[in-house]
Ligand binder design. Structure first.
Ligand code: DX5
Ligand code: ZN
Length: 239
């Protein structure tokens, strides 16, 4: 299981300190949401910020590009220190080349899908990706409500992963908290992105631990109850 706090919900007035907060939180990845004001109706930050944060931590930089023209941005984010770059399947016939380009830059490859898009669109690419990012809100803003209708997509992707020859992470992003993460974990997700429920909380370390516990409990095998027949009887001396 991987927990990936999204910097989108951090305090932009003290980003360096927020990265330090992440460093001691126990989270495995740092999720970096890049918005271009075109693919989504909002702006966030660019490669300059990512590059400035890179020397502060060795954590895995998970860059999520919500951008109409990732072609021009890929080398910039590679140079800034991204470990994985995710592009959206909604970019259509450019996706194949974009995935190749990310790989050729020596990075892990992610592919994201928005709630209204059919899961079948990602299927041809599953052998070429490290992470399938299933959006559980319409991207653009933090703090939105989890869209439950995305759960069957996670189940289907998980089924493909089990039956196919390809291993890839199933990452969920949007409206993730202790409750929705548990639902996603039961459906097959193994990477959990959260902004509001992690950086949005005063104690990031405690929030990460709480989310991790919720996921563990959701996927833990049910305890085996000892049957009555095998219940050890008390010795006379214990009575
Ligand atoms: C949504 C972004 C998310 C966002 C999640 O457009 O891709 O990564 O930060 O924020 P919360 O967890 O607040 O929904
Ligand atoms: Zn994201």
């Amino acid at each position: 299981m991987i927990i990936a706090p999204s910097l989108l919900a951090a305090n932009y007035g003290r980003l360096a300190r927020e990265v330090t907060r992440h460093k001691v939180s126990g989270a495995e990845w740092l999720h970096l949401d890049i918005m271009d004001g075109h693919f989504v109706p909002n702006l966030s930050f660019g490669p300059g910020i990512v590059k400035a944060l890179r020397p502060l931590t060795r954590t895995f930089f998970d860059v999520h590009l919500m951008c109409s023209k990732p072609e021009v941005l890929l080398p910039l984010f590679a140079d800034a220190g991204a470990d994985q770059i995710t592009v959206h399947v909604e970019l259509g016939d450019r996706v194949s080349h974009l995935l190749w380009k990310i790989r050729s830059l020596g990075l892990k490859v992610g592919l994201a899908i928005n709630p209204p898009t059919q899961l079948a669109t990602v299927r041809p690419f599953l052998s070429r990706i490290d992470t399938l990012l299933i959006m559980t809100v319409n991207p653009g803003f933090g703090g939105q409500e989890f869209i439950e209708e995305c759960l069957p997509k996670i189940q289907q992707a998980h089924a493909w992963r089990l039956t196919g020859a390809h291993a890839f992470h199933i990452e969920v992003d949007g409206g993730i908290n202790e409750h929705t993460a548990a639902d996603c974990a039961r459906a097959g997700a193994d990477v959990f992105v959260a902004g509001t429920a992690l950086f949005g909380r005063p104690n990031l370390k405690a929030a990460v631990a709480k989310l991790r516990r919720a996921v563990h409990q959701a996927v833990a095998p049910a305890p085996v109850r000892p049957s009555r027949a095998h219940k050890p009887g008390k010795l006379p001396s214990q009575r």
